[in-house]
Write a protein that binds this ligand. Structure first.
Ligand SMILES: [Fe+2]
Length: 291
């Protein structure tokens, strides 16, 4: 059997102090739709087939509780578990998963004790047609790491991720043709940075950014186009301090992609974060919430 691989990013799970308020924001302002509610948790979906792309758990202030990753089948889940365990990672034994999406999986802890669930066999939806201002799926999760290179290499060695680009500040790693599913910054605390939701087009992203502005959530950085990943971006801060991004046109890569290293990503200051030279830097509010 080939080396078992993680094959996609499914969802992120946020802890929130007020579930009803957070659900209202993610439905009415952000453009997601409730897929299920169970106990103190709301599961929100995009227009794609994944059961949900964001779970909100009531119970306290901002904390990224889990990042959920996909494997193709139960055999791949078991293979990833054995490999991660064999190489000394902190893992829980695989089993049937609770929650409305069901499935089979296990929990993996990274070198900073952050939890990821790797799963297969989940319930899915029929895809809906792409819609203006509505995310399709989660696109990537970015976290801060005291040792980002070792952190990303753990995913490459244990879970089959591939390095797409390494800049002087960030590592971008992938588990599918999307340029990156996870990224790690050099910010020196192991905290959440932001997560991005994929829009079907630049136009759809602008409709989303417009709705956010009209409902009291101005763009905190963007609209712009990133260097690594070549994706269009617009960043926001949600009511609980989570930094969230609409993104579109994420670069699709395969094994022929030439991995970029810091020297390849040296840019003049005005193009540091935006290939177009249009976006000003991140707002003070966004900077304060990505530390
Ligand atoms: Fe991003």
């Amino acid at each position: 059997m080939a080396d078992p691989q993680v094959t996609g990013l499914r969802s992120a799970e946020f802890r929130v102090p007020d579930l009803a308020a957070a659900k209202k924001f993610y439905e009415e302002c952000w453009g997601l739709e409730t897929a299920a509610e169970e106990g103190n948790t709301v599961y929100l979906r995009g227009t794609g087939s994944e059961h949900h792309c964001l779970a909100l758990h009531e119970g306290g202030d901002k904390k990224l509780l889990y990042v959920n990753l996909a494997a193709d089948d139960k055999q791949a889940v078991d293979g990833l578990y054995e490999k991660a365990k064999g190489l000394g990672a902190s893992v829980d034994a695989p089993g049937d998963l609770a929650g409305p999406e069901g499935g089979y999986g296990f929990v993996f802890r990274d070198m900073n004790e952050r939890e990821y669930r790797i799963s297969a066999g989940l319930a899915a939806h029929a895809e809906k047609p792409p819609a203006e201002g509505r995310p399709i799926k989660i696109s990537h999760v970015v976290q801060n790491s005291p040792d980002r290179q070792a952190q990303s290499e753990q995913f490459i060695d244990l879970l089959g991720f591939k390095l797409s680009d390494r800049t002087g500040f960030m590592d971008f790693i992938r588990c599918s043709n999307d340029h990156h599913a996870l990224a790690y910054t050099s910010i020196d605390t192991p905290t959440f940075n932001h997560c991005a939701f994929e829009m079907p087009s630049h136009n759809a992203l602008m409709f989303g950014a417009g709705r956010m502005k009209q409902t009291g959530y101005p763009t905190e950085w963007g609209v712009g186009r990133h260097g690594p990943g070549d994706n269009i971006f617009a960043y926001f801060v949600d009511p609980n301090g989570y930094v969230i991004e609409y993104t579109a046109e994420v670069q699709q890569v395969d094994d022929s992609y030439k991995v970029g290293m810091p020297d390849d990503w040296v840019r003049p200051p005005e193009l540091q974060g935006d290939n177009w030279g249009f976006a000003d830097g991140a707002s003070d509010r966004m900077r304060a919430n990505t530390k």
